[in-house]
Ligand binder design. Structure first.
Ligand SMILES: Nc1nc2c(ncn2[C@@H]2O[C@H](COP(=O)(O)OP(=O)(O)OP(=O)(O)O)[C@@H](O)[C@H]2O)c(=O)[nH]1
Ligand SMILES: [Mg+2]
Length: 240
C-alpha cells in the first residue's frame, strides 16, 4: 500500500522543504505568491474571499504562515498559484520571513483607512526581496478594505499609493474582501502575470537545449504564443 510521508515524519530541514517545494513548482507549473503587510490589514481575508468566497468579520491573527493552492486554466493550460499568507504581527515575523524564498510574486497589502500601513509596505517589500531575485519577482501593492473609506478619501490615499507603487515597481490595486470588489480581477491579474513569467522562463531554458523539442513542453508553448498573438494581451484566465 502506498504510504505518504510528511515533512514532520521525515524530519526534513527547512532548506530541504523549500528545495522540494521548488521542484514541485517546476513540475506542476506552479508559481509561489507571498502576501505580506502589517497586522490587521486584511491579508487573510483577501485570500479567503478569493479562494473560499467567504468573509469573516472577526479577527483571527495568522500565526506564522499558512497557504492555499488555487488552480487556474490559462489558454487551456493548467496553472497553479501557491498563495502564502504570512503573519503581520512582529512576534511571528521571524518565522514568516523564512518562507519568502522562491516567490515569483510578492503582494504587499495595506489598509486604505490607515495611511501608516501604506508607509510600512516599503519595508515589507524590501524584506521579501532580500530572499528573492528582484529580477524574477512581480510586485503588487494592494489597498484593502475599500468599503470602509469614502470615494474622496480613497482617491487621496491612492495618490500616495501610486507613488509608492512606482517607487518599487509594483502594480497598484484596491480591493474589498467584504464586498468582493476587484478581488477576482486582482488574483486573475496575478495569475496571468505569474503564468507569463513562468512561460518566459521555460522558453529561455529550452532555447539553449534544442534536444528538448518534442518532449511536449515546447510544442505546447509554441501553441500558446501563437494564440496569445491573436488575443492581443487578453489572457483568457479562468479559475477552476
Ligand atoms: N470592512 C472590512 N473589513 C475587513 C476587510 N478585510 C478585512 N477586514 C477585517 O479586518 C480584520 C483583519 O483582517 P485579517 O484578514 O485577519 O488581517 P491580516 O492582515 O491577515 O492580519 P494578521 O494575520 O494578523 O497579519 C478582520 O476583522 C477582518 O474582518 C474588508 O475588505 N472590509
Ligand atoms: Mg492573517
Amino acid at each position: 500500500m502506498k504510504k505518504c510521508l510528511f515533512s514532520r515524519e521525515l524530519l526534513l530541514s527547512r532548506d530541504s522543504i523549500l528545495l522540494v517545494s521548488e521542484m514541485i513548482h517546476l513540475l506542476l507549473k506552479m508559481s509561489k505568491v507571498v502576501m505580506v503587510g502589517d497586522l490587521y490589514v486584511g491579508k487573510t481575508s483577501l485570500i479567503n474571499r478569493f479562494c473560499k468566497n467567504v468573509f469573516d468579520r472577526d479577527y483571527k491573527a495568522t500565526i506564522g504562515v499558512d497557504f492555499e493552492i488555487e488552480r487556474f486554466e490559462i489558454l487551456g493550460i493548467p496553472f497553479n498559484l501557491q498563495i502564502w499568507d504570512t503573519a503581520g504581527q512582529e512576534k511571528f515575523k521571524c518565522i514568516a520571513s523564512t518562507y519568502y524564498r522562491g516567490a515569483q510574486v510578492i503582494i504587499t497589502a495595506f489598509d486604505l483607512s490607515d495611511i501608516q500601513t501604506l508607509e510600512h509596505t516599503k519595508h515589507w517589500v524590501q524584506d521579501a526581496l532580500r530572499e528573492n531575485d528582484p529580477e524574477n519577482c512581480s510586485i503588487f501593492l494592494v489597498g484593502t478594505k475599500k468599503d470602509t473609506v469614502s470615494e474622496a478619501e480613497c482617491e487621496r490615499t491612492e495618490q500616495d499609493a501610486v507613488r509608492f507603487a512606482t517607487e518599487f515597481n509594483a502594480e497598484y490595486w484596491s480591493v474589498s474582501s467584504k464586498t468582493g470588489e476587484h478581488v477576482k480581477d486582482f488574483f486573475f491579474r496575478v495569475a496571468a502575470l505569474a503564468f507569463e513569467q513562468s512561460m518566459k522562463k521555460e522558453l529561455e531554458r529550452n532555447r539553449d537545449s534544442p534536444t528538448l523539442i518534442g518532449n511536449g513542453n515546447l510544442i505546447q508553448l509554441e501553441g500558446i504564443s501563437a494564440e496569445k498573438k491573436e488575443t492581443e494581451g487578453q489572457l483568457n484566465t479562468t479559475c477552476c
